[in-house]
Design a binder for this molecule. Structure first.
Ligand SMILES: C[S@@+](CC[C@H](N)C(=O)[O-])C[C@H]1O[C@@H](n2cnc3c(N)ncnc32)[C@H](O)[C@@H]1O
Length: 258
């Protein structure tokens, strides 16, 4: 399968760092209950490891399973994890897509940010069900909405810039409605400038399901999850205490029958 992040991986953190800075506390707070369980946190589409870094720093002992199919993104992820021995001890990296990853029976937390748009509606529903079935009592998932609407064109905007020696690196994102309703064609422009002249540039496009917050909340609620907004584009999902009690009872009954 082609690596859709082959060109953008080098530029990803230039936009990703400022994206996560104001959201780090909400993310860490949402994952905090995992510390009371023996269950790992799953980071679906871990990218370059910005979420792993935030969650790893906030929760000293919790194991993390970082699922990341892109080799280019994984190179940055592995480098970030290896640079911190405390992270390297407990972060497992899976070079797979969610749909092909075997997950533990009990989950201390789940982060699915920047990734819902890649899942088909069927796979997305399977994810809601997985959360309803496997999130440990009191534990939460964090998900985010797409950055662009499904219904109108957004001309590319600069979402990050950083100086590297004599050059400025920039990343731009734009979108337009795709042929299939609910999907967008996302354009990523990565550019390196020296003395305000472009010395290299890559333009890539990919299609996404433009998941808005209203749809996320409606689907997750229908799957029996309790949903809370945690910012304009973030939501936390948890199992209701009755559902979690029922899930524990059926797990206990199943293990007695075995
Ligand atoms: C926009 S990046 C988000 C990275 C990271 N979660 C963050 O918020 O900084 C989306 C990531 O999801 C990965 N991805 C795409 N499809 C996936 C799938 N089906 N299962 C798991 N990861 C996937 C991509 O390779 C990419 O690294």
């Amino acid at each position: 399968m082609a690596d859709i992040y082959r060109d953008a991986a080098e530029f990803y953190d230039i936009a990703g760092r400022p994206y996560w800075k104001p959201r780090a506390t909400a993310l860490a707070n949402a994952m905090a209950p995992a510390a009371q369980t023996n269950s790992p946190i799953i980071d679906i589409g871990a990218g370059t490891g910005l979420v792993v870094e935030i969650v790893g720093a906030a929760l000293a002992d919790v194991p993390i399973l970082a699922i990341e199919p892109s080799a280019a993104m994984r190179a940055a992820l592995a480098s970030r994890v290896q640079a911190d021995p405390a992270l390297a001890r407990r972060v497992t990296i899976a070079a797979t897509i969610l749909e092909e990853t075997t997950l533990p029976d009990r989950l201390g937390g789940v982060v699915a940010c920047g990734v819902l748009g890649y899942l088909t509606p069927e796979d997305r529903h399977r994810l809601w069900q997985l959360l309803a079935d496997r999130l440990a009592p009191g534990c939460r998932a964090v998900v985010d909405a797409a950055p662009f609407p499904a219904t109108r064109t957004v001309r590319p905007i600069r979402v990050g810039a950083a100086r590297f020696g004599e050059c400025r690196h920039e990343i731009w994102l734009g979108s337009r409605p795709a042929a299939v309703p609910g999907r967008i064609e996302l354009t990523t422009i990565c550019r390196v400038l020296r003395d305000d002249r472009t010395v290299r540039e890559s333009v890539s496009t990919q299609e996404w399901w433009a998941m808005d917050m209203r749809t996320i909340l409606a689907e997750a609620t229908a799957a029996g999850l309790q949903c809370r907004r945690a910012g304009w584009d973030l939501a936390t999902l948890a199992v209701s205490s009755t559902d979690s009690l029922n899930a524990q009872l059926s797990a206990a009954t199943a293990s007695t029958k075995r």
